[in-house]
Design a protein. Structure first.
Ligand SMILES: NC(=O)c1ccc[n+]([C@@H]2O[C@H](COP(=O)([O-])OP(=O)(O)OC[C@H]3O[C@@H](n4cnc5c(N)ncnc54)[C@H](O)[C@@H]3O)[C@@H](O)[C@H]2O)c1
Ligand SMILES: [Zn+2]
Ligand SMILES: [Zn+2]
Length: 380
């Protein structure tokens, strides 16, 4: 590759500071160092966690940064010691690593890894080290990935090699939202055949959770959202009933208890709101109900009445759907190619990287489920 070993100058959407539009800039992307891979990003989705960092978390030490963590691309070059990847491989960058060596990676019960940003940088949401600079300043790599750039550099422990037949403009969604929601139902809640489920929040994560409940054989899947525009799409993924909390003047947990003779077997919170997390817990049945927190927030504590747990409910959380990332993502790509999971149906808009602020505005106003930014990549 003509660019191997050289700094690549390319376009990226830089978040200079919180709560401000992203700015298209030319950035410098350093060559990969030992154990690293430089990737040409071909397509990326927008996830609510990008918006969370920009507008809600706003951690001052987390800027300037290049956001985006739901992408797919092609290996441009590899650093010393990399044998698993070569230029031309199709890959998906991973926001949680799988080093295969640490105590978490070796334990089948967890998808945590002691390495990578997610091991200790949840607050800043980026590693201290970055291969990006812009106008003489270091620019952080959000969630270690930074897919709102034409090129990025990742450690090999946080990259999944995928089937060369996979269409990158679809499978990029497996880099976050779809694995997260689907896995939260299948791996974390462990939804059972014949069960009754409730999914709160019908963005891409919630819709993927609906798809996961159906995949696991749930009989009833109650989709809950304050935006009724989302209900039609939820049906496509397997929802059987719909509840809009705004249509009721009693707590949503009571509405669901009446619909289900005491509460659902499994509930999944895919909003990122501590009040909804509590409602989701209270909506599942005493005795055996399982409620999973999927929505992302680190801004508020949540609370619940202890009796809810004493009476036999289980409250769990799920990061990236419980998938061990390097193992799980290629399996989900295969499931898509084998038509066992849907991806195309999640996409509502195709836009260019230069339109990223429009994409963010659409998401903020709930006008889409999942958009996709493609880019033409011309390294200079
Ligand atoms: N745990 C993880 O690993 C992980 C990974 C990715 C995303 N997330 C989080 O998952 C959440 C969903 O992400 P997304 O990209 O699907 O977001 P989104 O903004 O597209 O969807 C959120 C949905 O929740 C609905 N909603 C808002 N308030 C509600 C309420 N009170 N009751 C019911 N529904 C309500 C909205 O109308 C919207 O449809 C976010 O918090 C995101 O940060 C977590
Ligand atoms: Zn995400
Ligand atoms: Zn590890």
């Amino acid at each position: 590759m003509a660019t191997a070993g050289k700094v690549i100058r390319c376009k990226a959407a830089v978040a200079w500071e919180p709560n401000k539009p992203l700015v298209m800039e030319e950035i410098e992307v350093a060559p990969p160092q030992a154990g690293e891979i430089r990737i040409k990003i071909v397509a990326t989705g927008v996830c609510h966690t990008d918006l969370y960092h920009l507008f809600e978390g706003m951690h001052k030490d987390g800027f300037p940064a290049v956001l985006g963590h739901e992408g797919a691309g092609i290996v441009e070059s590899v650093g010393p010691g990399v044998t698993e990847f070569q230029p031309g491989d199709k890959v998906i960058p991973l926001f949680i690593s799988q080093c295969r060596e640490c105590r978490f990676c070796k334990n089948p019960k967890s998808n945590q890894c002691e390495k990578g940003w997610a091991a200790e940088h949840y607050d800043v949401m980026a590693l201290e080290e970055s291969r990006f600079t812009c106008k003489g300043k270091k620019v952080l790599q959000f969630m270690g990935t930074s897919t709102f750039s034409e090129y990025t550099v990742m450690n090999q422990i946080a990259v999944a090699k995928i089937d060369p037949a996979a269409p990158l403009d679809k499978v990029c969604l497996l880099g976050c939202g779809i694995c997260t929601g689907f896995g939260a139902a299948v791996n974390t809640a462990k939804v059972e055949p014949g069960s009754t489920c409730a999914v709160f929040g019908l963005g891409a994560v919630g819709l993927a959770a609906v798809m996961g409940c159906k995949f696991a054989g749930a009989k009833r899947i109650i989709a809950v959202d304050v935006n009724p525009d989302k209900f039609e799409k939820a049906k496509v993924f397997g929802a059987t009933e719909f509840v809009n909390p705004k249509d009721h003047d009693k707590p949503i947990s009571q509405v669901l208890a009446e619909l289900t003779d005491g509460g659902v077997d499994f509930s999944l919170e895919c909003v990122g709101n501590v009040g909804v997390m509590r409602s989701a817990l209270e909506s599942c049945t005493k005795g055996w109900g399982v409620s999973v927190v999927v929505g992302w927030t680190d801004l508020h504590d949540f609370s619940a009445r202890p009796i809810n747990l004493i009476a036999g409910r289980t409250w769990k959380g799920s990061l990236f759907g419980g998938f061990k990332s390097k193992d799980g993502v290629p399996q989900m790509v295969k499931a898509y190619l084998d038509q066992k999971v849907k991806l195309d149906e999640f996409i509502t808009h195709n836009m260019t990287l230069a339109q990223v602020n429009d994409a963010i505005e659409l998401m903020k106003h709930g006008k889409w489920r999942k958009s996709l930014l493609r880019r033409r990549v011309r390294p200079r």
